[in-house]
Design a protein around this ligand. Sequence first.
Ligand code: PMV
Length: 319
Amino acid sequence: MPVFRASAPAKIILFGEHAVVYGQPAIAVPLNQLRARVTVQADLAAPAGRVRIEAPDIGLQANLDELPAGNPLAAAIQAVGQALQIDHFPACTLRISSDIPVASGLGSGAAVSVALLRALAGFLGQPLPDDQVCALAYEIEKLHHGTPSGIDNSVVTYAHPVFFRRDQPVETFYIARPFTLVIADSGIPSPTRESVGDVRRAWQVDPTHYEQIFAAIGKVVLAARTKIEQGQPEQLGPLMDQNHTLLQEMGVSSPELDRLVLAARQAGALGAKLSGGGRGGNMLALVDEATVAQVAQALTAAGASHTITTVVGQSAGKP
Ligand code: PMV
């Protein structure tokens, strides 16, 4: 019996989180070394229509009809049924695994959704085009985050660096020279829904101030894109520092993230910032060959639970 498999990468936001929810651009890249994987296999011995879900990483073993309303995995399965106009699934088992840490700003929810949508549609003999996968994954992101901008599902679906602006076609762009990041996990879950909600409330109270912050972040993002395309990635450092200061002003950093950002800079990083929803989750630091090891070490010493070193744009070509 054939097994249908699909996988999708993690992602990291380089510039522009939070402001992107308010129409400013943001830049994010896939992290191909971390992936979510889904397999789907027919269960010939099972009763007709039984869809079994096994996700040992999150301790889940259940049938589809046992999952509560609003469960993102159930929503993804039902989304495939609706998209393909299939009311009754053939009996099957979906196995879900992921090495992307959850609630850490690396897009684990979007990666699981994208891999599941693709694997299940493939199993049903009707693979979905990327645009549709992206749109369905966006609907499922709403269950995770409330009011997502759509950046996570876009990077994860297309697995390319993206310059993202809400309600605009997703743009990929050219990374003229690769650059190295050390990504460090604060070890604290990032409550994205909560931080996005807090920014919304603060914006409602003082729209002028918050819109100034969003616009300033938008300028940083445009400058960053130019540096990346012109092959001057070392000049992204000060832009990361500026972006972090603006996120602090917005109230989405935390003492732990600030400590990691400072430790990275003191160890020789060219710049550093939190990444994603904030309050916890990951931060990133721009490094060169001479400083990569000492920055990673300094981050661990400053309390990071885990660090990843990644080269952005290594296999980049003109889009
Ligand atoms: O915490 P993450 O990486 O899933 O990303 C949240 C990014 C925000 O800009 C804060 C929200 C969004 O939907 O874009």
